[in-house]
Write a protein of this length. Structure first.
Length: 480
């Protein structure tokens, strides 16, 4: 069976292929061989034409030609005159094709430790520890651990004291909530996946912002959904687009991040939230409201209540997490919904893992009890890093356009010219890893954008942006 591979997917499985040492054609051939061996590039896949791949990788055609020839010599591909370059069907044991198919195109690269020492990573959106908050403040005592170990059930819905604390927190955010409306999950990613599993079947429509969180795109595509993109402006989605969509097709699920949207950092105003709540109530269209970044605020503008607060009877499911506020290693998230919906999600949660670990939940309870202090510390930390990035971008990349986000961890920057995917490839060879905008796109657009987090230390940020500026200068010359 002939296999075809999207260019973005091929670039993703190749990863940071040019960050090592040696001739580029050898590095490219080595990376392709590894992808074939892993099964990420399946047998009988037709590889892109030399000129097309060269443009996508920001290298010369000679580099791609050299890589293809080396792969042919070593028995990994066949090159046929007039038919292109094809991955060979290899003997069992030389390659392995996973039954789940090709690697997901939107998951960022995981850098080996050797490349972590070479590259500056400006792609990751997870914050570091807070200097003014001592980790020892959240340590469990011996009596805490004894109490946890004495529990004989898995508590799949979540440890009751933590559910109560989360409910209290959401109530203070303007969303009255009881502990019975909470399901504790292993991070927000699992929360989104459980909701998708509950609502989405192959071929059904999921409407979502464009651009949006790549992890959500990957989950919905994994369930075979048809993705309906909704344009994001300075104040969130374009409501006329959503209304027009609902005239022809009521989406099976609507996924929105109205508060400090990822990657744009926009804040949806109250009147738009109220209109969406009315539409949800009228159509009974389930809404997944992602509240992951709701506490990462550094603007002066007041944050409106969640959409769920304007739609008390509608099918609105709010998702949150401690990952972005406290520490990414504490994999604690939650879903807030009507009790009848929580009961259905609970069955899926039990099948998935029987329940989130009680030790993690006990630590999370201590974090939630000091959430106001942690929020204030995180906001001060992020404001300082954002100010540093503003100065560095003005000094090194003054021609790039961007709007200061209202919250979150990212700048959404537009290039004056060219393709950010090509720039990302060139940036690898200058020692910096970035995420091109197409990674966050539902429909392959936003190719002129880059998402840049302001989370690393100032010294690393300066060096990373300096390297990026060097890559941009070289790329700009190639465009002229």
């Amino acid at each position: 069976m002939v296999c075809h591979m999207e260019m973005q997917q091929l670039l993703q499985v190749l990863g940071p292929w040019s960050a090592g040492r040696g001739a580029l054609y050898r590095q490219l051939a080595t990376s392709m061989q590894a992808a074939i061996q892993r099964g990420d590039i399946a047998p009988l896949t037709r590889l892109p034409a030399e000129r097309v791949l060269a443009q996508a990788l920001a290298v010369s055609r000679t580099t791609v030609l050299g890589a293809y020839r080396l792969l042919e010599q070593e028995g990994w591909v066949d090159r046929l005159q007039g038919s292109g370059t094809w991955v060979r069907s290899l003997p069992l044991g030389k390659t392995y094709v996973p039954p789940i198919g090709l690697a997901a195109p939107n998951i960022p690269w995981h850098l080996p430790s050797t490349q972590q020492q070479i590259l500056i990573d400006l792609s990751v959106g997870t914050p570091g520890p807070l200097a003014e908050i001592a980790a020892s403040d959240f340590a469990l005592t011996a009596s805490d651990i004894e109490w946890v170990m004495a529990q004989r059930s898995y508590s799949p819905q979540g440890w009751l004291p933590l559910c109560q604390e989360i409910a209290s927190y959401l109530s203070r955010c303007g969303l009255p909530t009881s502990a019975h409306q909470i399901l504790v999950t292993t991070g927000a990613q699992q929360a989104i996946a459980l909701i998708a599993q509950l609502y989405v079947q192959r071929g059904e429509v999921v409407a979502l912002e464009n651009p949006t969180y790549f992890g959500a795109i990957d989950i919905f595509r994994g369930y075979g959904a048809q993705l309906a993109p909704l344009s994001v402006g300075d104040r969130g989605i374009q409501l006329p687009e959503l209304r027009e969509l609902c005239k022809t097709t009521i989406p099976r699920l609507l996924y929105l991040t109205p508060t400090f949207q990822n990657p744009t950092g926009t804040l949806m105003p109250t009147h738009a939230r109220q209109e969406i709540a009315r539409l949800v109530a009228e159509t009974r269209m389930p809404l997944l409201e992602d509240m992951t970044f709701v506490d990462v605020r550094f603007g002066e503008e007041d944050v409106p209540p969640p959409i769920a607060s304007f739609c008390r009877q509608g099918p609105v499911l709010a998702v949150g997490s401690l990952d972005k506020m406290f520490w990414s290693g504490l994999r604690i998230g939650w879903i807030r919904a009507a009790e009848t919906i929580i009961e259905r999600l609970l069955q899926l949660k039990e099948r998935a893992d029987l329940g989130t670990g009680l030790v993690s939940q006990a630590i999370a309870l201590r974090v939630m009890q000091r959430i106001e202090q942690i929020r204030a510390a995180r906001q001060r930390d992020v404001k300082e890093r954002l100010a540093a990035m503003e100065q560095l971008l003005a000094a090194y990349l003054p021609s790039w356009q961007w709007r200061r986000p209202a919250g979150g961890y990212f700048g959404w920057l537009r290039l004056p010219a060219g393709n950010a995917q090509e720039l990302a490839q060139l940036a690898l060879r200058h020692g910096v890893l970035i995420c091109p905008g197409s990674m966050f796109s539902v429909d392959g657009t936003h190719q002129s954008y880059v998402r840049l987090p302001f989370l690393v230390d100032t010294e690393i940020m300066q060096e990373g942006i300096a390297r990026l500026a060097s890559a941009w200068q070289a790329y700009e010359l190639s465009l002229s």
